[in-house]
Unconditional design. Structure first.
Length: 180
């Protein structure tokens, strides 16, 4: 993989597989994960100089497996532009994303990422709701779960060496989980 464009995802966002969190009442240990394929678009994107930037992310979740009955696919996107700081070599971001599952349910994830080279590690938690303007998005699946993702970004090396990355594909594993 080439130099990576730092981060951001998330969002993508997204999702989660096994982070240690307090279990909500009635939840049992377990979780699941999906393959994630998406794209990050940057404003004032990362390059060789450490600086702040914003980003949006959209992606598809497929081949989802879970310890209990759950949808096999979904989509993920940032609810509002995420914020980050760093370079193409390393950085950090934070944001909120929504997963829309194939069965019509939704999961809202508040997350942070840390990146080094092409690898981005996302950690977060499912939150009950998030308001954007006058609309409130609500979690209807995986309330109280932890989120974890291991993602790879492939940035154009010429953009990393120049004025900054404008967009980059993202692939990896994302999951949600409960532990006791």
């Amino acid at each position: 993989m080439s130099a990576r464009a730092l981060l951001a995802a998330g969002s993508v966002a997204l999702l989660a597989a096994g982070a240690a969190v307090a279990m909500p009442a009635g939840a049992s240990p377990g979780g699941g994960g999906c393959q994630l394929h998406g794209n990050v678009k940057f404003v004032n994107g990362p390059n060789g100089t450490d600086h702040p930037f914003t980003y949006t992310f959209t992606g598809a979740l497929s081949n989802c497996q879970a310890s209990s009955a759950a949808p096999a696919s979904g989509s993920i996107a940032t609810l509002v532009p995420g914020k980050g700081s760093g370079t193409c070599a390393n950085g950090t971001t934070s944001g909120v994303s929504i997963v829309k599952w194939a069965d019509g349910t939704a999961t809202i994830i508040k997350y942070t990422t840390n990146s080094a080279a092409a690898e981005v590690v996302l950690q977060g938690n499912v939150i009950p709701s998030f308001k954007v303007g006058k609309k409130t998005y609500k979690t209807t699946r995986y309330a109280g779960a932890g989120a974890l993702a291991d993602l790879a970004f492939e940035a154009d090396p010429t953009q990393c060496a120049g004025s900054g990355v404008t967009s980059a594909p993202m692939d990896g594993f994302a999951g949600l989980g409960y532990t006791s």
